[in-house]
Unconditional design. Structure first.
Lengths: 353, 353
């Protein structure tokens, strides 16, 4: 049995962008496993934009973390020891392990992951929560139809890349938005989007207008900010806007200066008969089996490609989350916390390149 | 055959609230009726908030009126002479006659109205466009469920009164908002809403919070402005907001001062998984038969009550529209332009009081 556990805890509530001082790396005992429990070892930890919201005091769709609590996060883990029916040592699971090397679980929120579906880290991305977010938000709320134009930002990321590729499969013209020329090239050439714009270059609104000559029918909202501002005037009548994230706002400490554009947005909703709907992935958990079947099929057919951005070492998680919120990752951001026992299995049918 | 026609035309585009000078009363010849046409006589003209939008130059869901054009408006009319198959002299019709005593029509947008359904003026209200707006927006987008709380403003008006009464029939707790104690008393005592708040009194947000202790599940948006601001913090998770009008904004000449609350609204949509959807009544025209059947049934059972605010004389339409935009009407605003040949028919089953 392992003896030492390492954890990263919330040390302070960030003001704006988080800094290293907002996190604390702590070494402690590995907890022991009672009846009806199991001990899990973290292999891959997922970093996601929503984590920034949990660091705030205000209420969102989940209660905030308390100061001193272990940072929350989904992970792929291995069962080390089990006193819980249905789980055995060696099982690979997707579980809310948090930012730590070992955790005790009573099975809540834990799901076994079959390594035959693909690399086990995909359970945190295209075959996991971000993939389900993309699939359900796009198909249930976005309702893409052939020949419509869809726009999605963070297009090289875990959610955006899947949104755009599924929309292509459904017959849409798909425009991505990403940060930097390298990501844009990847989105266009590797993922097969019709075009991809660099939001860091000048004149986004004008360039977007040029590549959307017939307007925008579906905007999958996961960033907000300047991208939303460029999209809003181009939305067509009856456009659908699934609202899944607002990463551009997460570090904001207050509202921007005026004028107050809330009435402008309401007027657009009315005059163009727009449909905005917010969602989180758990709202559509019942679609998981259909999602897994569809997306693993599309992966195997090569119709969906997927890129990961993996960094080694739990101690690097704070810096990588800060980078993620700045858009510095390139692909689904993952921290490799421990050894992957399946890493030498061949998964050629599933890899992106 | 009549010889003189009177029309009210758009004389100037209003800056903010319209004034009498923005309208021009013109006397002209009664047009003659060619083959495939009919001559219609206006009996009742409907005044509605959307007319303010048509007076602006900017595009909305319909093209703007040009200066010098006859003001648009729905009306109940009588066929004077018909060279159009399917219509005969004496027929009562609902038609887009505009603000004038006589008009030529080729039948576009004209619908016969059966006087047996109720007073023919009801075809402009509870049994016409405002009623269909209330019915479709509430049931299709609002999706009210038993024991939920619904809020609607302009609650004594043509749309709001029907929204609230149908929501009551569907088992909701219904809170109205109206302007002045007399309207509030009517909404509560005559229409049977659970409560009604006067938006002219102080502390609307606080009073609304008191009467919605379990939050708001459906907000039927037809006013915007201060009412929306009071509603937004009280919206429950998964609340639905059909957006049908924004009368509080129609006279606005620019955006309000900051801060910019657009990100605040987007954050609420995301964190509470709200669904906002704009619509206009023609989007749901296919529901008209079901609407007519349901609402005329509820009228006859006394489960829906309806109040009109009728003013005589075409020349009074401009002043009455200005008053409507200020909320001075009490009930569905109608101008009686000409004699109602059905006025002595008994319709006791349909009248409000």
């Amino acid at each position: 049995m392992p003896e030492k556990n390492r954890q990263i805890r919330l040390a302070a509530r960030p003001q704006g962008e988080p800094t290293a001082d907002d996190f604390e790396l702590v070494e402690c005992e590995v907890p022991s496993c009672g009846s009806g429990q199991m001990l899990l070892r973290t292999i891959y930890l997922s970093l996601d934009p929503y984590m920034r919201g949990r660091m705030n005091a205000g209420e969102s769709y989940a209660p905030p973390l308390e100061i001193g609590q272990v940072m929350e996060g989904g992970a792929v883990g291995e069962v080390v020891e089990s006193k819980l029916r249905g789980f055995a040592a060696g099982d690979i699971v997707i579980a809310p392990l948090g930012w730590q090397e070992y955790a005790i679980s009573d099975g809540s929120g834990v799901e076994k992951f079959d390594p035959k579906l693909g690399p086990i880290s995909y359970g945190l991305g295209v075959l996991g929560m971000p993939g389900l977010t993309a699939y359900t938000g796009l198909l249930t709320i976005g309702q893409p139809r052939p020949a419509e134009t869809l726009v999605v930002a963070a297009a090289s990321g875990a959610v955006g890349s899947v949104v755009g590729q599924i929309a292509r499969i459904k017959g849409c013209r798909v425009i991505g938005i990403a940060g930097g020329a390298e990501k844009c090239r990847f989105v266009k050439e590797e993922l097969g989007f019709d075009d991809c714009l660099d939001h860091r270059a000048e004149g986004l609104e004008e360039r977007l207008r040029e590549v959307c000559p017939t307007g925008i029918d579906v905007y999958f909202e996961n960033v907000g900010g300047a991208v939303f501002d460029a999209v809003l005037p181009l939305l067509n009548r009856f456009a659908r806007i699934p609202v899944c994230g607002l990463i551009a706002h997460y570090n904001a400490t207050g509202l921007p200066e005026g004028p107050d554009r809330l009435p402008l947005l309401m007027h657009a909703i009315l005059s163009k008969r727009l449909a905005f709907r917010g969602f989180i992935v758990s709202d559509f958990a019942d679609q998981t089996p259909q999602f897994r079947a569809d997306v693993s099929g599309w992966l195997q057919e090569g119709r969906i490609k997927y890129r990961e951005d993996i960094t080694d070492g739990l101690e690097n998680a704070p810096g990588e989350l800060i980078g993620l919120l700045r858009g510095e990752n390139f692909g689904k951001k993952i921290i490799r916390v421990g050894h992957d026992p399946t890493a030498h299995t061949a998964h050629t049918a599933h890899t992106a390149d």
